[in-house]
Design a protein around this ligand. Structure first.
Ligand code: HEC
Length: 191
């Protein structure tokens, strides 16, 4: 069977005379020979402008909302997780002029640094005696021979170690009472 109307392979079907080109009635805009189809666009030309204005308005509205919900803007204090805040508290912050700050200044001028590791004191890397890290939290010092119930005990110890523990390797360092009090004020920050 063979059809007379079938075009030859590769040839285009003839256009019916009644069907004009889609562009036939449109304005030729020139340039690359493109036709102006804007009259048939699904969106008006001003749609982009209004979408932009709407987007900006929404952005500002969300911003104002978030700022109004954040208590830090009212209190002037930045918030933080408890972990972040705990880190600050853990580092011993010495108030300038406080006894502890004076103590931290006195310790490096004494022989302590040659025998003890003392956190926060540059150059205190001695290995003869025990590290003083956490010394304020120890219930007993000097190998258990001396009670450490508070600053007074530590002060008595550093003023006269052999007096409290005969034969100890820690010598009397010839401190004044004032120096000893300030040094201990610093040691008490080493919990
Ligand atoms: C010649 C070395 C030497 C010097 C200098 C020295 N110490 Fe010691 N210190 C020791 C030794 C050793 C011990 C351990 C004593 C013991 O157990 O009998 C000790 C113990 C201590 C302890 C008790 C710690 C513990 O946990 O038992 C404190 C506090 C301490 N020294 C503070 C100081 C301070 C403050 C200075 C400076 C003013 C100082 N020491 C100078 C050697 C020294």
């Amino acid at each position: 069977m063979q059809s007379d109307h079938e075009p030859a392979p590769g040839a285009l079907a003839p256009r019916p005379a009644a069907a004009p080109l889609a562009e036939a009635n449109s304005t030729l805009t020139g340039g690359a020979g493109l036709f102006d189809h804007s009259a048939r666009d699904p969106f008006a030309r001003s749609a982009g402008l209004w979408t932009g204005i709407l987007g900006l308005t929404l952005t500002v509205a969300v911003g104002v909302f978030l700022v109004s919900r954040n208590p830090a803007f009212e209190s002037g204090k930045a918030g933080g997780t408890s972990n972040q805040l705990a880190e600050l508290a853990a580092a011993a912050v010495l108030t300038p002029g406080s006894p502890a700050a004076d103590g931290a200044r006195i310790i490096p001028t004494k022989a302590c640094v040659g025998c003890h590791i003392i956190p926060g004191i540059p150059g205190a890397t001695g290995q003869v005696g025990p590290s003083l890290a956490g010394v304020a939290g120890r219930p007993r010092i000097a190998g258990g021979a001396v009670p450490n119930t508070g600053p007074d005990d530590l002060t008595k110890w550093i003023l006269n170690p052999p007096g409290l523990k005969p034969g100890t390797l820690m010598p009397n360092n010839g401190l004044t009472d004032d120096e000893a009090t300030k040094i201990v004020a610093y040691l008490e920050t080493l919990k």
